[in-house]
Design a protein around this ligand. Structure first.
Ligand code: ZN
Ligand code: ZN
Length: 283
């Protein structure tokens, strides 16, 4: 079926939400069909295919991936060409974009491949990038990144990449950090939260939900090197929470006192801590 009003309405709603769940996409699809009952209703995948056909010439695409934590499908409108991260410039200043890139770099380079960064470290490092900001403004900026679904905070205060970042900045992440970010053995999407083989010479990584599906029916061994998967190492938010992220409990709402206390006890606070210790208290 040709692209029509129902597709247009659906796309407008997707522009508003940017990144959303499968359930919400199904709801918006039903809503678009109800609004224009005369149009032939297409199944969701055909419907999205029609929209992507229109978006192709402006280098946009509705794309989905599995949320690395919950395993649920999430959808986003993504740029398919060029410097993806530069496209965020409409919402952030150049300095803020650089600061966001720096946060991603810290997450990707986190100690022990944990793909997460303590909120206190993140705040200090980001503040170093945004030199004209007050610390409160830097906190607000981080809060905005969480609200805009680029970052998520685990329930014990570690920043990790949110599904939107993994979806929309996929090409950027692969170009910049190809060596550090590996694809899941099972689903082939990149893994920033999951499990990896403990064997030093083996590069197998899997999302938790992929491992749960694959490993038990394959002798509980690593599919590439054969070492027992019981010895796998968890990374990303798996390290820091029981699996449930709590977006609302973000570091920026905390008092400086509690941030300081956390910095002294957080196991990962040593990420670049030495480099930062000299200007932690720069206000
Ligand atoms: Zn996977
Ligand atoms: Zn292995």
């Amino acid at each position: 079926m040709a692209y029509g009003d129902s597709h247009r309405l659906f796309l407008q709603n997707m522009l508003l939400v940017r990144c959303t769940s499968q359930a919400e996409v199904e709801r918006l699809h039903a809503q678009a069909n109800n609004q224009f009952p005369d149009a032939v209703s297409e199944p969701l995948d055909t419907f999205i295919g029609s929209i992507n056909g229109q978006l192709d010439c402006i280098n946009l695409e509705l794309r989905s991936t599995l949320d690395e934590t919950a395993g649920d499908r999430v959808w986003a409108l993504v740029n398919t060409k060029g410097d993806e991260i530069a496209k965020l410039a409409t919402n952030y200043s150049p300095a803020e974009l650089n600061a966001f890139k720096h946060v991603i770099e810290l997450i990707v380079n986190a100690e022990d491949g944990n793909f997460s960064i303590a909120s206190s470290v993140c705040l200090n490092e980001t503040h170093r990038q945004l030199t004209s900001n007050t610390k409160m403004q830097t906190q607000d900026f981080l809060k905005q990144l969480v609200r805009d679904q680029w970052l998520t905070v685990t329930d014990n205060g570690y920043y990790v990449m949110a599904p939107r970042t993994v979806l929309e900045l996929q090409t950027y992440l692969q170009d910049e950090y190809g060596e550090l970010i590996r694809p899941c053995y099972l689903c082939k999407d990149i893994v920033t939260k999951g499990q990896r083989c403990d064997n030093d010479g083996c590069e197998t990584v899997m999302h938790l939900f992929c491992a749960n599906r694959y490993i038990p029916v394959h002798n509980n061994d690593c599919p590439q090197c054969g070492q027992s998967w019981d010895r796998c190492i968890e990374f990303g938010d798996q390290v820091h929470s029981a699996g449930q992220l709590e977006q609302s409990r973000i570091a920026v709402s905390r008092s400086r006192a509690s941030l300081a206390a956390e910095a002294s006890e957080a196991p990962m606070a040593n990420v670049k801590a030495e480099a930062m210790s000299s200007d932690d208290e720069d206000e």
